[in-house]
Design a protein around this ligand. Structure first.
Ligand code: PNS
Length: 183
């Protein structure tokens, strides 16, 4: 990574930005990053400091979790941003914003966001990756709800995230992996 002006950097190779709240990061997100690394030389995970969404985890807590999870993956850069995504992207040489799509219900929101970003910056394309079948039902929102109510989220988020959720909710999380179709 080559630092340019203050806050600006140029990364060698093909770069994608993966923006999101990551409140908290799930295996669905991690799967998207791993698959994106097959296409791009670097992936920047850009954690939005969106206080209006009343996140469960502070941006520092989210950064710490995501940095720890990708500490052995040098092609992943973990960062946070405030304000417009297009302004953050302009500080890098990324041309692609990466988003995961779980179901058609995600499409409308994602389509509006991608179209707005493209109207703000015509050089920015959004690339959608279908979430793997193992994680199509996993979202940060449902993970938080299940964990808050004492359900098991092991296998859907990394162990570190399970521990952080337990700490946040001061609740024991069930030992069972998660409730499958046959339970
Ligand atoms: O994980 P999320 O909450 O679906 O991610 C949404 C996110 C953070 C990618 C989006 O809200 C965003 O880009 N926020 C930054 C503000 C912005 O650029 N808004 C204009 C896009 S419509």
């Amino acid at each position: 990574m080559v630092k340019k002006k203050k806050g600006e950097y140029k990364i060698v190779g093909k770069v994608a930005i993966y923006p999101g709240s990551f409140d908290p990061i799930t295996y669905g997100h991690i799967d998207v990053v791993e698959r994106a690394l097959e296409i791009f030389d670097k992936v920047i995970i850009a954690i939005a400091e969106n206080e209006e969404k009343r996140p469960l985890f502070s941006v520092e807590e989210r950064l710490q979790m995501v940095k720890t999870i990708f500490k052995d993956t040098p092609n992943v850069i973990v960062d946070s941003f405030k304000g417009l995504l297009v302004d953050y992207v302009a500080k890098t040489n990324a041309k692609v914003s990466l988003r995961g799509l779980r179901a058609t219900s995600d499409f409308e929101y994602e389509f509006h966001m991608a179209s707005m970003n493209r109207s703000l910056n015509t050089h920015l394309d959004t690339l959608f990756m279908m979430t793997s079948k193992d994680y199509f039902f996993v979202s940060s929102r449902t993970i938080k709800e299940v964990a808050r109510l004492g359900g098991g989220v092991e296998g859907l988020v990394p162990d570190l995230v399970v521990r952080r959720l337990k700490e946040k909710f001061k609740l024991p999380v069930a030992k069972k992996k998660h409730i499958g179709w046959d339970d």
